[in-house]
Design a protein around this ligand. Structure first.
Ligand SMILES: C[S@@+](CC[C@H](N)C(=O)[O-])C[C@H]1O[C@@H](n2cnc3c(N)ncnc32)[C@H](O)[C@@H]1O
Length: 159
């Protein structure tokens, strides 16, 4: 075994799964975590673009995959999907309270997650999924209705 092919695993011991959040299951911490702490190191399974398009996109697994850069045998650079094992598949998205960052190791097919800042006991650990969400973000306040105001006026009850 070459030393660079041995990846020591590391998981922050205070992490817990909460099963009934507005986002479904979520990862929280039962103790404070200092900034830059490694939270988890997760292996990934690379899915080919073909199996992704033909199968995975039609299943709920798709909502657990990450974009992953791929160089084809002919040298073309493209993007495929990867399924992340471990806690990586469980981090919810937050646009307002992201406290976790992650980095791909494309050579060894792992992702490492870190605390972006000091995190307090009881906080949910959230990453950012970017701006193209496939669900309604419970962290984002509902948009104000657009229009000429008639809708809002119609909701006011007159005695
Ligand atoms: C990778 S999974 C995260 C774990 C998931 N909550 C579960 O219970 O399995 C991604 C899914 O979590 C939910 N989710 C994540 N972040 C969310 C958010 N900010 N608002 C609402 N739902 C969210 C969505 O259903 C999304 O498709």
């Amino acid at each position: 075994m070459r030393p660079q092919n041995i990846i020591p695993l590391q998981r922050c011991p205070s992490l817990v799964i909460v099963t009934d959040t507005p986002k479904g299951r979520g990862i929280f911490t039962s103790a404070s975590i200092p900034a830059k702490t490694i939270l988890d190191i997760c292996p990934v399974l690379l899915l080919s673009p073909e199996e992704n398009k033909e199968h995975i996109e039609h299943t709920s697994i798709y909502h657990y995959t990450y974009n992953w850069p791929l160089t084809t045998p002919t040298g073309t650079k493209t993007t495929t999907q990867a399924l992340v094992f471990g806690l990586g598949s469980m981090f919810n998205h937050s646009s307002v309270a992201q406290n976790v960052v992650w980095e791909r190791d494309v050579e060894r097919n792992v992702i490492t997650y870190w605390a972006l800042r000091d995190i307090d006991a009881g906080e949910e650990l959230c990453i950012s999924y970017g701006s193209h969400l496939t669900f309604t973000d419970t962290d984002t306040p509902a948009a104000e209705p657009e229009g000429d105001g008639t809708d809002q006026l119609n909701q006011i009850q007159l005695d």
